[in-house]
Write a protein that binds this ligand. Structure first.
Ligand code: CAA
Length: 256
């Protein structure tokens, strides 16, 4: 069976399941390449509006595959190009929800942080323990974590390598929502279905603006927002959404 499975749990929703249970879903090159491939394909697939990434009940992903990189040297690490695969994953134009049960550590936590929404099971544990094995969070953790939760909490997580319980992660803003462990996937599908029922162009613009705006000045980001708002008035879905409101009916969004 493939180390990454693609499922279709609901209309317009795709679910990507990391499938290396014996290795706590550690991210080896095969998993990374398949994740990047699926996200590229789904990003271009008009039938897909929202994507979920998940693992199993024990692990979302326990990080980069330590066994695969233990003997690697600098050049080999460069040639693997995992940083390029991370960029492909993060560049997906459609909303991506991480449905996290069990461990989301190292590259697993970083994978969750490339997603747009994180739903965590109440017993999930997140963290950046790379410092304990002589490296650092190299999949975006030193940058995305402080942007998400602030310097001082991020510094503590990266420098101690201590794991963070889901409830604490929620309190510090690293998790969007907590669900009972057994309900995480169901909740993610429910939320994905809700988002998928909205106008795809509006949804994608919101994702792009929130992400791009974070690294721009407020003035520049607000200008981007205004332009995007005006652009949406060229879409059929804007007309449909507002007309449906006025006519007191459910809108039929087409992504045009
Ligand atoms: N890489 C490779 N194999 C891993 C792994 C990883 N990151 N995490 C777990 N495994 C393997 C274990 O070696 C073990 O394999 P064997 O059965 O062949 O011995 C199997 O998965 C089960 O693991 P455990 O017996 O350890 O399971 P546990 O439930 O007792 O503990 C755990 C789970 C806390 C996640 C523990 O496995 C662990 O600490 N894993 C490593 C976490 C880590 O350090 N992650 C960071 C990796 S570096 C990184 O991610 C770099 C980056 O940012 C780019």
């Amino acid at each position: 069976m493939s180390v990454v499975l693609l499922e279709r749990p609901a209309e317009h929703v795709a679910l990507i399941r990391i499938n290396r249970p014996d290795a706590r879903n550690a991210l080896n090159m095969a998993v990374r390449k398949l994740l990047a491939q699926h996200l590229t394909d789904l990003g271009q697939d008009p039938a897909t509006r929202v994507i979920i990434i998940t693992g199993n009940e024990k692990a979302f992903a326990a990080g980069a595959d330590i066994k695969e990189m233990a003997d690697a040297g600098t050049i080999e690490m460069m040639q693997r190009g995992t940083h390029l695969l991370w960029r492909v994953i993060a560049a997906c134009p459609k909303p991506v929800i991480a449905a996290v049960n069990g461990f989301a550590l190292g590259g697993g936590c970083e994978l969750a942080m490339t997603c747009d929404i994180i739903i965590a099971g109440e017993n999930a544990k997140l963290g950046q323990p790379e410092v304990k094995i002589g490296i650092l969070p190299g999949g975006g953790g030193t940058q995305r974590l402080p942007r998400a939760i602030g310097k001082y909490k991020a510094m503590k997580i990266c420098l101690t390598g201590d794991l963070v319980a889901a409830k604490d992660a929620y309190d510090m803003g690293l998790v969007s929502e907590i669900a009972p462990d057994a309900e995480v996937e169901k909740r993610a599908i429910e939320m994905a279905t809700q988002i998928a029922s909205y106008a795809p162009l509006a949804v994608q613009q919101i994702k792009e603006l929130v992400n791009a705006g974070q690294d721009a000045s407020l003035d520049t980001a607000l200008r981007l927002e205004t332009k995007a708002m005006h652009i949406l008035f060229s879409s059929q879905d804007q007309k449909e959404g507002m007309q449906a409101f006025i006519e007191k009916r459910k809108p039929e969004f087409q992504g045009r």
